[in-house]
Design a protein around this ligand. Sequence first.
Ligand code: THG
Length: 635
Amino acid sequence: MTPATPFTRASRLAQLDRIAAERIMILDGAMGTEIQKFRLVEADYRGTRFADWPKELKGNNDLLNLTRPDVIRTLEQQYLEAGADILETNTFSCTRVAMADYGMESLAAELAEVGARIARTLCDEFEARDGRPRYVAGVLGPTNRSAGISPKVEDAGFRNITFDELVYDYAENARALIAGGADLLLIETIFDTLNAKAAVFAVEQVFLEDGVRFPVMISGTITDQSGRTLTGQTTEAFFNSLAHARPWSIGLNCALGARDLRGYIQELARVAPCRISVHPNAGLPNEMGGYDETPAFTSSVLREFADAGLVNVVGGCCGTTPDHIKAIADAMVGVTPHRPAPPAPTLKLSGLEPFTLTETMNFVNVGERTNVTGSAKFKKLILAGEYDAALEVARQQIEAGAVIIDINFDEGMLDAEEAMRTFLNLAAAEPAIARVPFMLDSSKWKVIETGLKCVQGKAIVNSISMKEGEEEFIRQATLVRRYGAAVIVMAFDEQGQADTVERKLSISTRAYRILVDRVGFPPEDIIFDPNIFAIATGIEEHNNYAVDFIEATRQIKATLPHTRVSGGVSNVSFSFRGNNPVREAIHAVFLYHAVQAGMDMGIVNAGALTLYSDIPPQLLERVEDVVLNRRPDAT
Ligand code: THG
């Protein structure tokens, strides 16, 4: 009998960060292409238990965990002998949805648990031998469906899987992997970031259920030389979308060979404040579907990555063999691992492309026109179901300078959830629109949540507030975080909307403390909206509203570190409806002063913005009287 491992899962994990700081850790290599070498036949896959299964089972490699565990064990043992520190479980397709191909949905969890146990047992044996920890990475594969793109060319809004279905499947998968002994969870070969966001959501759910957390590794896949994921994101956009998982490592695997991944790994190493992993294919597949890169070649390329200080974990994907892993392990000896970038408290969003709100940016223009309550035209199109023309409105806002678009379907005659879903699913297929981050605008939480389940990028929720009390505020903020979005917090509490500087500041401060101290919300992802109300309405108390917003902005920016301020700019001029030249002049004057006070972003009619310096002096004088409330007869 082999002696027992000296470690518990907790004691093994307690050493992980130290080991990863000392040296580059080795992940194992391919499973699928190695299994092929055994030339297994249908009967191997079936075993006795599934002898009468009504569907063909050949190719269901995860099923071998039950029917030919000896094969999986042999391969994994070879990888450990080659020097792997981290062994991946043979569970790439252990989700209900992926197993549905074989009618084996109900076996998904069992296969995952057994897969983890095979790997853990082997690792225990190696640990018992030499006292060196070996880690089991429970693999959560991408599934064979995409929540983010349509499988039908003629119907871009169609989806064959929902976010909620993926969350259910991934949660079951994660629970089973942990039950089987996994030390880490590895969400890998991500071609659709929305699927990965569902996996992150599910994993967090399991951690909350159990009251225990495990390190999470995330690895995306770039499908062609354009450097984008299948669903069109650039590397940095991909990272921004998944940063909320606070991954132990992030990296890339599969698809390309190591050499072609160099630029993207460098990009990840630059932007991600965590460890970096890479497990490439042994080159691109040749005409025969085989892989040609030799162990010497792959390992020399990865050695160069390591010498450049880019990586913490390296291994192989399709086409790599135990010989590749041995060569890679040898090549990493003595090379200093990547030192993760320090986290920067900066608002980072994404659509297909990243958006970072840097300190030098003057003002971020959020397009207001994709709003049924803010545009008669958009409302008419949505009510008529004319989504193509509605998408054109989004495109126009972006062309006119919007770097984010606000999207709102709050209208009595509409099913706002349905409209939000339809619009976002269609927008995902339009690169000129999907390029930018989305701001999901609704007064109904359910509508916002529906939207969050449709976007692969890092969006902004518009908005949450304490109007229904702290408990609901905390619940919503926690969910915003789990969906990986930033948030606008309105200055609104149980007493109503804040209309004085004091209330705007005190509500914002109270919200800040709750979000940062109790929810663990990153302050850089908080955007305060201290309410822009209409001025010059004829009611005297309204005359100072613009000044109050500007002053509240100044104080929020001075006292609530790393946060941002936004507002709906066109609100301020509501009483001049019908007189667009005056409205635009008011907006320009308002922004001129508000931006100086620290306003970072605003929901505006992109393209219609006038420059402060272009306003004729006489008009400017009058408009400033109104906006700055300089004289009682200003209006
Ligand atoms: N804060 C936050 N979100 C918001 C607002 C805010 N979302 C909605 C709104 N306010 C910002 N968006 C708009 C959009 C359009 C107009 C005003 C604010 C507008 N529209 C023209 C009008 O009503 O006169 C419509 C003209 C037309 O139909 O074309 O003014 O404050 N967080």
